[in-house]
Design a protein around this ligand. Structure first.
Ligand SMILES: N[C@@H](CCC(=O)N[C@@H](CS)C(=O)NCC(=O)O)C(=O)O
Length: 220
């Protein structure tokens, strides 16, 4: 059943993988919301909700929640339709692990603010190798972790939390950071599945040239 919530607002950015996780969950759960695209982490409206100035941040009526993980847990409890976690404890723990690897060991190390800072202190040509190094390290672990669990999606034939984290991260790896994916056949297969999944397609296809141009690629 489609949930219509006129008072739900998501502060987001089209290229933000953290925002995309939440947008994918809202789509899956059939929750309507107002999308507010933020162009600066100094946006005063965003800072009132999230003093970090990062997206995503969610306002649901009188409740404000920031950070994709907190938002996803909140949504899961309040809107249980299309559960984001499987019942099976082992598969559930794999979902937690994937979410944790992406959100704490990959994304923060390739976040715009850090990559640009590395460019300033070490040199602009170091931005891309830095991001690729950390993304690759995480993907090596994820490819091994999922080999015994993947079906059509990361932990079986249904979309769960791990897919919400993986789909935007793989898109970043492939389309933004141009990582060579030859050593990740399983993750490449999942990326293809996500690109073919209607509820994922539009969100993954959005691009913002001003953001993708922030790194100097070798062929530039
Ligand atoms: N742990 C936070 C991380 C939030 C975060 O890093 N957001 C990024 C976009 S994915 C951001 O706002 N970056 C702005 C910048 O780097 O300047 C979450 O999962 O929401």
């Amino acid at each position: 059943m489609e949930e219509v919530n006129q008072s739900m607002k998501l502060y987001s950015h089209p290229m933000s993988s953290c925002s995309r996780r939440v947008r994918l969950a809202l789509n899956l759960k059939g929750i309507k919301y107002e999308l507010i695209n933020i162009t600066s982490t100094a946006d005063s409206e965003l800072l009132k909700i999230n003093p970090m100035g990062y997206v995503p941040a969610l306002v649901d009526g009188t409740i404000a929640v920031s950070d994709s993980y907190a938002i996803l847990l909140y949504l899961e409890e309040k809107y249980p339709q299309h559960a984001l976690l499987p019942q099976d404890l082992v598969k559930k723990s794999i979902n937690y692990q994937v979410a944790s690897i992406v959100s704490s060991s990959i994304q923060p190390l390739q976040n715009l603010v850090l990559v640009n800072y590395m460019g300033e202190i070490v040199g602009p040509d170091e931005k891309l190798p830095w991001a690729q190094y950390h993304i690759r390290k995480g993907l090596v672990a994820l490819e091994k972790l999922l080999v015994n669990y993947a079906g059509k999606y990361a932990t079986g034939d249904k979309i769960y939390l791990s897919d919400l984290y993986l789909a935007p991260q793989l898109d970043n790896a492939i389309n933004r950071f141009k990582l060579d994916m030859t050593e990740f056949p399983l993750l490449l297969k999942l990326h293809k599945t996500y690109s073919d999944t209607p509820s994922f397609q539009q969100i993954l296809a959005e691009t913002d040239k001003s953001v993708s141009a922030f790194i100097k690629l070798p062929e530039d």
